[in-house]
Design a protein around this ligand. Structure first.
Ligand code: HEM
Length: 419
């Protein structure tokens, strides 16, 4: 009996050793650089993911191994502009890795995961909502919400300044506006100064999705991960400086230039303000809303990605954070330099196409212009109305964990109305 147990144990050991050896040395991806543990098992990747530190770990791996790294037995991570075009661009547009994405079982898949045969029709319908004339009508609806935001942020009771949790107020204005657009009724977060269950649910469900998607990479452990999530994080399944001063003064100076009026009468107009545009671009680079890669699968026959052949069925992703924080793409990547996006020479050597915060190609974000319009109008109005100062206790605020999107802490900002 005991000798049989030894035999089984020995065979299991042999099998594991063979699997490790073959993944490392015989696998079609074995010629790609990467750390030993990451290339023989997905455990290191999943652990970093569960800790919310994957974006930083992958950034370190790229700094150590170069522009392409084998981050799991069947997955490559990239940080080049070429990889964006090869994986997401109009000519290639590899299918999404459905282990990462969540497809509902209904017959009407959402546009984000619909197969190509359905996606084109859905996307054409959606794009109509983002035409220039549609954007103008969105803007008419947005303006009253921005007025309320500015009014609510003014200090009361004769105080000269107000310290507010800016992350919350940005949520209130955007979700009130979006709810009004979609359902014809605001969530009334702005007037009440509190969040709405739906907003908490949305953020919670994205975090829940982050964990559930990892469970799909380990089919035999999938039920354990789901049970743990259900038992311990049920909330996720239900809901859930000097530089700054100079940037603010340039944006507000730009607002009054030309006509002497605040230049943000409309967000289309605000979006035309070039320095403001540079500030938003640089913010997307420094704090990309989706800091992790969005994995796609190399189709049958394999394909060339970033200059090297990749076999079929390999999962490939451009690691946004690592790409935007790499000195191979941006000079002094850790510095917030809006000027690098201007027509001056400031960002002359930067690989600007490496920044694709809205992704690109047929599956790229249709909401890009609306998002820029909203952000431009809100930022221009705030800087026109207030002097903003980051609270010292938030100086490391951007050092966050990420679960698909950032796990944001409260961003405390001191607002003093401008005279
Ligand atoms: C700063 C704001 C935003 C950022 C950074 C952003 C980013 C992205 C990214 C990276 C994707 C690609 C996802 C993937 O490949 O899996 C995407 C897709 C999408 N986004 Fe956005 N987005 C933003 C705002 C918006 C807004 C305001 C809307 C609409 C009101 C919107 C609607 C969509 C839709 C419908 C898709 C799916 C497109 C498709 O699969 O063809 N986004 N977005």
């Amino acid at each position: 009996m005991i000798s049989n147990i030894y035999k089984v144990f020995f065979l299991a050991l042999l099998f594991s050793a063979w699997k490790i050896f073959s993944r490392r040395y015989l696998h079609p991806l074995s010629r790609y650089p990467g750390p030993f543990l990451w290339s023989v098992s997905r455990a290191s990747y999943a652990t970093a993911y569960a800790q919310g530190k994957l974006h930083k770990r992958i950034q370190c791996l790229h700094d150590q191994y170069g522009d392409v790294v084998r981050v799991a037995p069947d997955e490559l991570s990239y940080r080049t502009e070429e990889a964006w075009k090869d994986i997401h661009g109009p000519l290639r547009n590899f299918p999404k890795d459905m282990r990462f994405y969540h497809a509902s079982k209904s017959k009407a898949p959402s546009v984000a995961v619909a197969p190509d045969s359905i996606h084109g029709r859905q996307k054409r319908a959606i794009l109509r909502a983002f035409s220039v004339s549609a954007l103008q009508s969105h803007e008419r609806l947005l303006r009253p919400f921005v007025d309320t935001l500015v009014r609510m942020l003014h200090p009361t009771d004769g105080k000269k300044e107000n310290v507010v949790v800016m992350t919350e107020w940005y949520n209130y204005v955007i979700f009130d506006f979006m709810a009004f657009e979609l359902f014809g009724e605001s969530l009334h977060c702005l007037e009440k100064g509190t969040s709405h269950t739906w907003v908490d649910m949305l953020y919670g469900s994205i975090k829940g999705w982050a964990f559930l998607s990892q469970s799909k990479y380990f089919p035999s452990l999938s039920w354990v991960i789901k049970a743990a999530l259900f038992l311990f994080r049920r909330d996720l399944l239900q809901h859930r400086s000097t530089k700054f001063t100079s940037v603010a003064s340039k944006v507000s100076a730009e607002s009054v230039s030309e006509s002497g009026d605040p230049g943000f009468g409309t967000y289309m107009r605000a979006a035309d303000m070039s320095y403001l545009h540079c500030v938003l671009q640089e913010s997307l680079r420094m704090y990309p809303p989706v800091p992790l890669g969005m994995p796609r699968v190399v189709p049958n026959g394999g394909a060339v990605v970033s200059g090297q052949f990749v076999p079929e069925n390999t999962s490939v992703a451009v690691a946004s954070w690592a790409t935007y924080q790499s000195s191979s793409n941006f000079k002094d990547p850790q510095l917030f330099l809006p000027e690098r996006w201007s027509d001056t020479d400031a960002g002359g050597d930067d690989v600007k196409g490496a920044l694709q915060a809205f992704s690109m190609g047929p599956r790229g974000c249709p909401g890009r212009s609306l998002a820029f319009g909203e952000a431009s109008l809100i930022l221009a109005r705030l800087i026109w109305a207030f002097d903003l100062e980051l609270s010292p206790q938030c100086s490391n605020w951007a050092d966050q964990r990420a679960y698909i999107i950032w796990d944001k802490g409260p961003l405390l900002v001191k607002l003093a109305p401008r005279s």
